[in-house]
Design a protein around this ligand. Sequence first.
Ligand SMILES: [Zn+2]
Length: 395
Amino acid sequence: MALKFEVLGKFNRARAARLTLPHFICQTPLFMPVGTQGTIKGLTNNQLEEIGCQIILGNTYHLALRPGAELIDDLGGLHKFMNWKRALLTDSGGFQMVSLLHLADITEQGVTFQSPVDGKPMLLTPEESIQIQNKIGADIIMALDDVVKTTITGPRIEEAMYRTLRWIDRCIAAHKRPDAQNLFGIVQGGLDPVLRDICVRGLVDRNLPGYAIGGLAGGEDKDSFWRVVAQCTAALPEDKPRYVMGVGYPLDIVVCSALGADMYDCVYPTRTARFGTALVPEGVLRLKNQAMANDERPIDSTCTCMVCRNYTRAYLHCLVTKDAMGSQLVSYHNLSYMMRLSKDLHTSLVEGQFPEFVRGFLRAQFPKGNVPEWVCNAMEVAGVDISTCCAPITS
Ligand SMILES: [Zn+2]
């Protein structure tokens, strides 16, 4: 095990922790920007450090295609290759294949796919995924799992869950650098509580350095989503990090943190920036909107980021979706927003102000008191009283 997880503050299930990884000491809850090719589109490493980014997610599939795991290894690993001194996490590559390539097929051996380079059939096995990730050298590496959409029902969900458990043993056996890289297992099982339970127990038995909750953020309804998170966080060990994959929106992160999750990743803040949408305490600000054309205010007057200190909404209105600089500046602000949200969650837990923070967040997002029902249900299970944020029911 190459990590240390120390809880510094708690409120019921929610926790703030110090996560010591080989390359960096992180504070949780934390958000990981997704750097497909080892870069966050349009942002420099210095800028990422400046906004408080602690860990970046690299996509193994993309890195293995270009520049290739061998080359990264020869050049001293991904940290050195991209000159990033803080923490890195790589995914297994399986999800990218299944989601990007129509011709991917999953068998007991691994994920078969057609090479996008020369069209030849290729196979990614659990062993190979780990070998590639060992070469890339990230602080956290992910097990290859059998991914199915949560909206699928029937025996395929059960098959995928049991296969994920069989594959974790192949991943553990293949992992050559457990003293320098932390292998996380991924809980699968769709929306079925019985299958999720079998998978959590199976993974916990393997005593891994950390655990991820997978197979979510795939179009399931929000009530099903938070219930899976709540079930898994309750069953996972207290002294290991819990990572909800592919999540999410700021509201999802606040809810999952209340339920005891620690780590998140999502392309949303940078993807939405490219369409001119900025994240603000009230929700989102659409910079393309005509009302922004002569608005001299910054994106968010409570934000101290470089973009909010220097540029007006009117200026950004001109740039977004037309000039690369537009999406870079909005990405910078949006990631700053996510980093500030993570930090505020951490601080509020350490200082014993977590319920107050959650209520303040919800009041800003839902000033009319129209907090979605799934949020109310989740907060009840999390033991966070948000009654003062919700409008009285009038019927
Ligand atoms: Zn800002």
